[in-house]
Each structure stands twice: as C-alpha cells, then as structure tokens.
Design a protein around this ligand. Sequence first.
Ligand SMILES: Nc1ncnc2c1ncn2[C@@H]1O[C@H](COP(=O)(O)OP(=O)(O)O)[C@@H](O)[C@H]1O
Ligand SMILES: Nc1ccn([C@@H]2O[C@H](COP(=O)(O)O)[C@@H](O)[C@H]2O)c(=O)n1
Length: 204
Amino acid sequence: MFIIGIAGGSGSGKTTLVNSILERVPYDQISLLTQDSYYKDSSHLPIEQRRVLNFDHPDAIEWELMMEHIQLLKSGHEIDAPTYSYLTCTRQPETVRVKPNKILLIEGILILTQPELCEEMDMRIYLEVESDYRLSRIIERDMESRGRSAHDVIKRYYQTVRPMHEEFIKPSRERADMLVMGGGLNSKAADFISSAILGKLHER
Ligand SMILES: Nc1ncnc2c1ncn2[C@@H]1O[C@H](COP(=O)(O)OP(=O)(O)O)[C@@H](O)[C@H]1O
Ligand SMILES: Nc1ccn([C@@H]2O[C@H](COP(=O)(O)O)[C@@H](O)[C@H]2O)c(=O)n1
C-alpha cells in the first residue's frame, strides 16, 4: 500500500486538493482517511462546553484508533471509519466502510505532528497558505457548512486555531517531502500527485 499524507493548516485547501486528485484518478481504487473523523467523542459534555474545546491540539484526536485502522487496511482488511459532526461536535453513530486499496490518502491538520504516523507515509505533503487567506476561507466555510457565526469563528481562531497552528501544525511542515503553494486549487500539484498515484496503480 502506498500512503500519501496531505497536511496543512485549517482552510489551506486539503479537502479541495483531495477532491481534485480524486477527479484525476480511478477514485474507487483509492482509500481515504480523514483525521477529523477521529476526533475524540465529547458527547458527555453539554453543547456549550463542546463548542469551546480545543480541536487543534494533537490530544483532540484518537490517534490509536487511526493507527489501528491504517494497520488493518495495510493488511488487507476493511475498516469502519468513524464519522464526526462539526454541528454537534460529537462522533456520530454511523460509520463508513473503507476498503483496502493500493493507495491510501490521509488528510488532516495534525497528521504530520505524529512521528509514528509519518513513518507509515510514503509521500508527505504540506499545503502552505498564508494565514490571512486561510482565515477568510474558514469564516466563509464555517458559516456556510459548520453552523457558526462569523463572531464565533473569529473568536475561536484567535483562542485556539492560530496558537495551535503556530505551536504544532506549522512546525510539522519540516516533516513534509513537498510543500504545495497556494492551496487546494493548485492544479499542477494535483496533476503531479495524481501521476504518482497512476504510476503506483500501474505497477505490478
Ligand atoms: N486556492 C483557493 N482559493 C480560494 N478558495 C479556496 C482555495 N482552496 C480552497 N478554497 C476554499 O477554501 C475553503 C477551505 O478549503 P478546504 O479544502 O475545506 O480546506 P481544508 O480542508 O484544508 O480545511 C473551501 O470553501 C474551499 O472551497
Ligand atoms: N467540532 C469541531 C471540530 C473541529 N473544528 C475545526 O476544524 C478544523 C480542522 O478541519 P479542516 O477541515 O479545517 O482541516 C480545526 O481547525 C478545528 O478547529 C471545528 O471547527 N469544530
């Protein structure tokens, strides 16, 4: 299994890049794991407390479960990946069946902060996008699809998103093999990563 990690700050365009790669390759031959699916469940807390949790610290993620799922996929087993709601800030009862494939894409803000997880990756990519651009994209996206007000998004950005980015996410770019400039709409980057994937799919 050839494992590609796509990291970068919130709003840097990871999801956009993944979608753009999947348009260029036979997507049914690619497995995808999203770090956000592995947020620890916090349904035991009242919603007001859940909404102010620090979701940008490495401890917010259940890495053990993610690593276990990667090992199962590598050994040819299907897994049931958890699902997560940004609206309720809880893990959902539904799971998503992921089949093992020759290629595994993993995306998430914190994936390059985990040395053990980095060890599993054959190609590590970091999306480099200036914080001003990321903030404006996060505001628009979170208001549209994550049920937040502009005020809430900006407050959270300065309380946790930016400090955690500076402390953990930005330094993790040192572990990347490649930096992608400009974010998820960088079509040359999508072409390059897709050709690497197609090459691997055609290997015997
Ligand atoms: N290069 C870009 N220019 C403008 N908008 C972009 C660009 N890349 C992504 N976006 C938009 O920014 C928002 C965040 O992108 P997304 O792919 O969800 O980022 P991430 O998964 O890294 O948080 C989305 O609404 C997306 O459409
Ligand atoms: N309940 C949650 C959980 C996480 N977030 C934020 O999502 C960001 C990571 O996702 P990206 O798609 O932007 O990479 C991260 O900055 C978390 O703060 C959230 O808003 N609500």
